[in-house]
Design a protein around this ligand. Structure first.
Ligand SMILES: *Cc1c(COP(=O)(O)O)cnc(C)c1O
Length: 366
């Protein structure tokens, strides 16, 4: 029996740096500082330098990064915020939590990123912001989106794209996640907001600490969106390794492309020509949607883990369906939800494992 190929396995990378991580844990305990403080400040400056932005503000999760960024912009009741229908729930969930209305737009058939033409149709006099998602680790077409938005603030949901081109430095604000599966995967929840705008940075910093710039004086109503010192200290040890980790992801993607491309299989692969892609996920698309779940079962029976990102577009989720648009209105997002399958791609995957996944897919199509 060949061993299974897990969809994701964090322990492989973490165990290899276990001694270093344990030492970090001890030093944080000795410092007695657990929330914000010098480790968070150092991590913020290192992220700002890495990402090429003036300000980076550590927060409690990618979801809270989106919420704090939207709150800093003053988005609220009566506003509309355009976002893609095909993304992780939090993109639109954060919009809804500000009191604004998420307006769903369609995505591009190749990259699944926000379609500028669909954005143009979604804009109204009430549009207060646009959230562009860098889905699966490749940047959305920001130049076109910014041109179409005509001055309406464009935020980047860069949760899946830390290290992709200039992700986080392209829109007015950038939002990152350190959820363990992301490119810079943390040891629990964490997130980051980036911006070049000093006033917005100042507002995000206040909002993450209950809206207080000084103790017990609340100029804004914020929340508890703070990043833990332990999380920042551990992430500081991973940041210098990120370039190598992203290289491994790109290597795996190139190997999938060489084993699955050009074989005449009825599937589409991610765009290999995109040098900035960080392959947080490697998502293929089946030309015949009725085969997707069968392929997934076939791979599972051979020990190959896969996931479906995402099985339903957001405008058809029960909580958002009353907002519209109705089924059929965003055809690319709707068919993506039926046709896509994510294959294993984490950095510590081996070339042998990638080859076994590809061989199993070829065997399925006979
Ligand atoms: C992971 C993710 C988020 C949310 O990040 P959390 O840290 O899990 O809160 C938001 N948007 C996208 C596109 C994501 O992939």
């Amino acid at each position: 029996m060949t061993p299974p190929v897990p969809f994701f396995d964090r322990a492989r990378g973490d165990l290899a740096m276990q001694g270093e991580l344990t030492a970090v844990f001890q030093s944080v305990i000795q410092s007695g500082r657990y929330i914000l403080g010098p480790e968070v400040e150092a991590f913020e400056s290192e992220c700002a330098a890495y990402l090429g932005v003036r300000h980076a503000i550590g927060v409690s999760s990618g979801t809270d990064a989106l919420l704090a960024a939207l709150m800093a912009l003053g988005v609220g009741a009566g506003d509309e915020v355009v976002c893609p229908a095909y993304t992780f729930f939090a993109t639109a969930g954060a919009v809804h939590r500000t009191g604004a209305r998420p307006v769903f737009a369609d995505v591009l058939p190749g990259s699944f990123n926000l379609d500028p033409a669909s954005l143009a149709r979604a804009l109204t006099a009430r549009t207060r912001a646009v959230v562009a998602v860098h889905l699966f680790g490749a940047c959305a077409p920001m130049d076109e989106l910014l041109a179409v938005a005509r001055g309406v603030p464009v935020l980047e949901d860069a949760a899946q794209a830390f290290g992709a081109e200039r992700a986080g430095a392209l829109g007015l604000l950038g939002c990152f996640s350190f959820f363990p599966t992301k490119n810079l995967g943390g040891f629990g929840d964490g997130g980051l907001v980036t911006t070049d705008d000093g006033d917005l940075a100042d507002r995000v910093r206040a909002l993450r600490a209950q809206g207080a710039r000084e103790k017990h004086r609340h100029t804004l109503v914020g929340g508890n969106f703070r990043l833990d010192a332990l999380q920042a200290a551990l992430l500081r040890r991973k940041l210098p390794r990120l370039g190598a980790l992203l290289e491994r992801r790109r290597d795996h993607a190139a190997q999938y492309a060489s084993l699955l491309g050009g074989a005449g299989l009825p599937i589409s692969l991610p765009d290999a020509g995109d040098a900035g892609h960080t392959f947080n996920q490697y998502v293929i698309r089946l030309h015949d949607a009725s085969l997707r779940d069968r392929l997934r079962g076939f791979l599972a029976a051979r020990g190959v883990g896969t996931e479906i990102y995402y099985p339903a577009p957001l405008h058809l989720q029960p909580c958002f369906a009353p907002l519209g648009p109705p089924a059929g209105a965003l055809p690319v997002a709707e068919s993506a939800a039926r046709e896509t399958l994510a294959l294993p791609i984490f950095p510590e995957l081996t070339g042998d494992e990638v080859a076994r996944v590809a061989a199993a897919i070829r065997a399925f199509f006979g």
